[in-house]
Structures are given as structure tokens and as C-alpha cells.
Design a protein around this ligand. Structure first.
Ligand code: IPM
Ligand code: MG
Length: 366
């Protein structure tokens, strides 16, 4: 077996605690002869700023570019509220996404049966929920130029962000969404604001063109605001939702909460497959943030982080069976009534980060 190279970037806050559980899982998988991973760790976010004055160092960027997959924790915290904008913790994550050209962000929102009552919505609305949000990740208003604040000289300032998409960017993200829809419910909703934005008009035009190549998949347009509303009204009407960078950021937080807690949601950020090797750059991260309020207390939920690692097994290493097993182990411990504080329910047993991680590995070895 060829050894696969992982680059771990735990980041700030609870990032280090939840990444520690992934490391234990990697060690266990290697020891069981199921994988042959090598791994190295680096710094990103506030901790990198403290160490080198940047949200990620050039040396760590180079390691990320050379890795078979990057496993990312979370960045940010009040400690770095006042650092310059270019060096803020989030800049490290955005640079990774941009330089690795990770244009396709997959955010599955699955409601585990044991957690249907932990959702803010009624059980019948979320039971069996299985949505995949496909978010464009390297374009749009996150990266468009100009992006600036200028002094107008009259005591006023002017701020500009630029929402910009070219057709190839829309085309490739829509194809990812349609390809994935083929493997699941065969339904794609494309969310934009074509009623007020030119970028939305182009988005919809290209999405319709792509849809013509997928006659076996049902295609629906939806306005992004209506999509937000429908997500909390009747989320099970959706299968795959494809949308731009900013709408995807917002809609995926809403979708995450349907599943019980932001602490449950993994994500994969993928580049295009290399034409000669078929390999693609990839970064895997939980959708939640660094939760500075609970950092260092050992109570953070490691499930989104472990599930993100399972997505790495699936999408970077084609270890589909193993990914299924890790996901089943997560469902299993939840079924046994183990809960971290964020998803605690009556009649369940509350456990900390380490105990949850250990229980998932115990399930895998059972
Ligand atoms: C996310 C986060 C990031 C984003 C932040 C941390 C820059 O909210 O991954 O959803 O806005 O993309
Ligand atoms: Mg977000």
C-alpha cells in the first residue's frame, strides 16, 4: 500500500481538542492495518499569527500544497479581534481555499435518527433529512476585486465588495452538484438572486445549460431568500442545493442547525482532478467554528471533525467502505445515548471530547 500524506491544521480554540481525536483515529486505523497514513501538523489562524505574524506561514502553505489531503480544525477567537485585516485568522483559511483552488465545497446535512429530537425543528420535519449543499468556494464576493474601504474626504467612507462570477466557475460547480445528485436523490436546486443581481442572472443561465446535460436529474431554480425560508419550513424537499460562496455560507449554517447542532456538520473542499493523475487537492473541515467560549474544557463535540475525516477517506482516498464504517460508528455511539454537551438530551449520558472520540473508535473495533 502506498503511504498517503495528511497535513493537519488544528488551528485555534476547540480545533486542537477535536483534532486530537482524529489523530487517535488515524493511529488506530494505521495500527489495524486499514490505512497507511503519514501526517504532519502545522499552524493556521490566530496561533500562526502569534508564531509568525501571518495567518499561515509560507512553509505551512507549501506543506498543504504537497499533501494528499489537508485536515483542518477551526480558526479565530476574541484574542485576535484587533489584528490587521490581512492577518486575521480567517485569512489563513481563505488563502488555503484560494491557493489550493478548492472551488467545490460539499456540506452534507444529515439528521442522525438519534438526534431528531435535538433539532430546533419538529422531529417529523427533520427525521431522515439528507441534504447536500454544494457551495462555490473560490469566487464571488469573498474574493472579488475591488474590495476596499476608501476615505471620501468629507468625513464619510465608502466600502466596496465585489460579487463576480465568470461562466466557467458556475459551470464547474454546477457539474459537481449534478454529478453528486446522480448518486443520490437526482434533484438539484440552484439558489441565486437573479431578481436583483447580474451575477445571479448569469448563474441561472449557466445552471440551466448544465442541466441540459443531465436529463436524468430534476433541476429547479430557487431564489436564495426563499431557499432559506424553505430550509426551515420543509427541509426534506431538498436533495442537492448548489449556490454561490456567500449564499452557501449562510444556507449551510441554517441547514446545519436542522441536524441538531453545528457540532455535527462536516465538509469537504475539493479542487479539480489533475488530468494526468486523477488526484485532486482537498481540505476537510467541520462547518462549525473555534468556539472560544468552551475551548480547553474538553467538552467540545468532535463528531463534525471526525466526520470530516471520514469525508477525506471517501473523497480523497476512495476508502468508501471505511468511510461508511466511521459514519456508522458515529451513528452507533449516538444510538447508544452518548452525547456531548451541545446535543445533550434527557435520558442520555453526557460525555466529553475524549470520551466521545474513544467511543467512536471502540465502535469501529467492535
Ligand atoms: C465557513 C466559515 C468561513 C466562511 C469563515 C471562517 C471565513 O464561516 O467555512 O462557513 O465564511 O467561509
Ligand atoms: Mg460559515
Amino acid at each position: 500500500m502506498m503511504s498517503e500524506k495528511l497535513f493537519l491544521l488544528p488551528g485555534d480554540g476547540i480545533g486542537t481538542e477535536i483534532m486530537a481525536e482524529v489523530v487517535k483515529l488515524i493511529e488506530w486505523l494505521n495500527a489495524a492495518g486499514k490505512t497507511d497514513f503519514t501526517y504532519e501538523s502545522g499552524l493556521v489562524g490566530g496561533c500562526a499569527y502569534d508564531a509568525c505574524g501571518e495567518a499561515i506561514s509560507e512553509a505551512d502553505m507549501a506543506k498543504a500544497l504537497a499533501a494528499d489531503a489537508v485536515i483542518f480544525g477551526a480558526v479565530g477567537g476574541p484574542k485576535w479581534d484587533d489584528v490587521p485585516y490581512e492577518q486575521r485568522p480567517e485569512a489563513g483559511l481563505l488563502r488555503l481555499r484560494k491557493d489550493l483552488q478548492l472551488f467545490a465545497n460539499l456540506r452534507p446535512a444529515i439528521c442522525y435518527p438519534a438526534l431528531a429530537d435535538a433539532s430546533a425543528l419538529k422531529r417529523e420535519l427533520v427525521e431522515g433529512l439528507d441534504i447536500l449543499i454544494v457551495r462555490e468556494l473560490t469566487g464571488g464576493v469573498y474574493f472579488g476585486e475591488p474590495k476596499e474601504i476608501t476615505e471620501l474626504g468629507n468625513g464619510q467612507k465608502r466600502a466596496v465588495d465585489t460579487q463576480v462570477y465568470e461562466s466557467y466557475e458556475i459551470d464547474r460547480i454546477c457539474r459537481v452538484a449534478f454529478d453528486l445528485a446522480r448518486t443520490r436523490g437526482k434533484l438539484v436546486h440552484s439558489a441565486d438572486k437573479k431578481n436583483v443581481m447580474k451575477s445571479g442572472v448569469l448563474w441561472d443561465e449557466v445552471a440551466h445549460q448544465v442541466a441540459r446535460d443531465y436529463t436524468d436529474v430534476t433541476f429547479e431554480h430557487i431564489l436564495a431568500d426563499n431557499c432559506a425560508m424553505q430550509l426551515v419550513r420543509n427541509p426534506k424537499q431538498f436533495d442537492v442545493i448548489v449556490t454561490d460562496n456567500l449564499f452557501g455560507d449562510i444556507l449551510s449554517d441554517a441547514a446545519a442547525m436542522l441536524t441538531g447542532s453545528l457540532g455535527m456538520l462536516p465538509s469537504a473542499s475539493l479542487g479539480a482532478p489533475d488530468p494526468s493523475t486523477g488526484k485532486r487537492k482537498a481540505l476537510y473541515e467541520p462547518v462549525h467554528g473555534s468556539a472560544p467560549d468552551i475551548a480547553g474544557k474538553g467538552v467540545a463535540n468532535p463528531i463534525a471533525m471526525v466526520a470530516s475525516f471520514a469525508m477525506a477517506l471517501r473523497y480523497s482516498f476512495n476508502m468508501v467502505e471505511l468511510a461508511d464504517q466511521v459514519e456508522a460508528a458515529i451513528a452507533g455511539v449516538l444510538g447508544d445515548g452518548l452525547r456531548s454537551a451541545d446535543i445533550m438530551q434527557d435520558g442520555c449520558r453526557q460525555v466529553g471530547t475524549e470520551e466521545m472520540g474513544a467511543a467512536i473508535i471502540a465502535k469501529l473495533s467492535a
